[in-house]
Write a protein that binds this ligand. Structure first.
Ligand SMILES: [Zn+2]
Length: 382
């Protein structure tokens, strides 16, 4: 993951670093016996026992029940990484509410908190959010040394150093810096663009993913380009902002001030009527109501146009994510493929459109994950 995070987390102890045990191996296996370690890592039993004792005394691993082992033909004591040895927190800042989540070293949710508060670019607002985060941390009994960092997912574009919002027209937060939060939080903190955090979650559940366009189709449209397993940040922080590519010069006004951006045709805001929920629209569609069907077909056709343009730029997989993903079905993908085939000079087999695996709470988890990933990347190996 990006170098930026490496500087800011609390490293594990020097003793653990000197250990000959391959911690990533224990992490991957989740539960191992002394015999497994000794056999798989070609270490003598006394070396294994000494190192396990050191790591156990430091709280990094613990005995956790028993495990079958083929080497001795009976059950043996199992060792596991202590999943909350380190934790991180992800916070999603929205116009009317805040969502936060604490995750462990396996990226699993420890707990989650959602509360309503209207966004205001005021010190009192940031202070209120930070107080809530501190309360949340206390409630979970997370010690300072355990907390790797806090990621703030923003509906806005973030500078490459993750410390400034370079463009935040949706919330009206352009120019705010991470000091607004670090003033009250003595931990590593950073911003992340919300589409990037959703893509980080996608990469976590699909580590085999190397190159892709990730489209987060929610209230607003957001995109992240994944290249060689990493999310492209761009020189100025506005890489992959395809939502502002103009598709209809005379179209609806976008929040950026221009007309007919992809945002005005391919976001949930553009699809739904005022106050309508996606659930309401899809119920109408399932009932076969023609006005809903017409709206949906227009939306899919525009999405196909957008996908075709992007596919001409980057011939790769396209992952359709965001709130819309859970409503998409095979029939919709087939329709998109058909329309793209009619438009493109390079008709491909229908294998590049995928629906997101969409872990729950993907944006908050994705804001927290970079800290966990960096910690795991530096676990000592043999
Ligand atoms: Zn725009």
């Amino acid at each position: 993951m990006e170098k930026f995070y490496e500087k800011e987390y609390h490293t594990q102890s020097d003793k653990a670093k000197q250990s000959k045990l391959d911690l990533p191996y224990i992490y991957e296996k989740r539960k191992v016996s002394q015999q497994d370690i000794s056999y798989d890592l070609r270490l003598s039993r006394p070396t294994v026992i000494t190192n396990l004792n050191v790591l156990e005394s430091e709280g990094m691993i613990r005995k956790s029940g028993q495990i079958d082992t083929e080497f001795v033909g009976r059950k043996a004591a199992a060792y596991s990484i202590v999943s909350d040895f380190r934790v991180s927190i992800g916070v999603e800042i929205l116009r009317k509410e805040i969502k936060m989540i604490a995750i462990d070293l396996y990226g699993d949710k420890i707990d989650r908190l959602v509360f309503e508060i209207a966004y205001e670019n005021q010190d009192s607002y940031y202070r209120a959010i930070c107080d809530k985060i501190l309360e949340f941390k206390e409630l979970l009994h997370v010690a300072d040394a355990q907390l790797l960092g806090i990621g703030f997912s923003m509906q806005g574009l973030v500078s490459p150093d993750r410390k400034t919002i370079v463009y935040g027209e949706i919330l009206g937060c352009t120019g705010i810096t991470i000091e607004a939060f670090t003033k009250y939080l003595p931990y590593a903190c950073s911003f992340i663009h919300d589409a990037d955090s959703a893509a980080v979650s996608e990469l976590w559940v699909s580590p085999e993913l190397k190159d892709a366009f990730y489209l987060s189709i929610s209230k607003h449209l957001g995109v992240a380009i994944i290249s060689k397993g990493e999310i492209l940040a761009g020189k100025h922080g506005h890489s992959s902002t395809i939502e502002h590519i103009q598709m209809e010069p005379e179209g609806e006004i976008c929040y950026c001030g221009k007309r007919g951006c992809m945002e005005t045709l391919c976001s949930l805001d553009s699809l739904l009527k005022e106050r309508e929920t996606p659930e309401e629209l899809f119920q109408e569609l399932r009932r076969g109501e023609s006005s809903a069907e017409e709206r949906w077909d227009v939306f899919l056709l525009n999405l196909a146009k957008a996908l075709n343009m992007l596919h001409l730029i980057f011939d790769t997989d396209f992952i359709l994510g965001g709130y819309l993903a859970s409503y998409l079905c095979e029939k919709d993908l087939a329709f998109l493929h058909e329309k793209i085939r009619e438009m493109t000079p390079f008709a491909e087999a229908s294998d590049f459109l995928l629906i997101s695996k969409m872990p729950q709470h993907n944006i908050t988890i994705g804001a927290a994950l970079p800290y966990i990933q960096t910690f795991l990347d530096t676990l000592p190996e043999v």
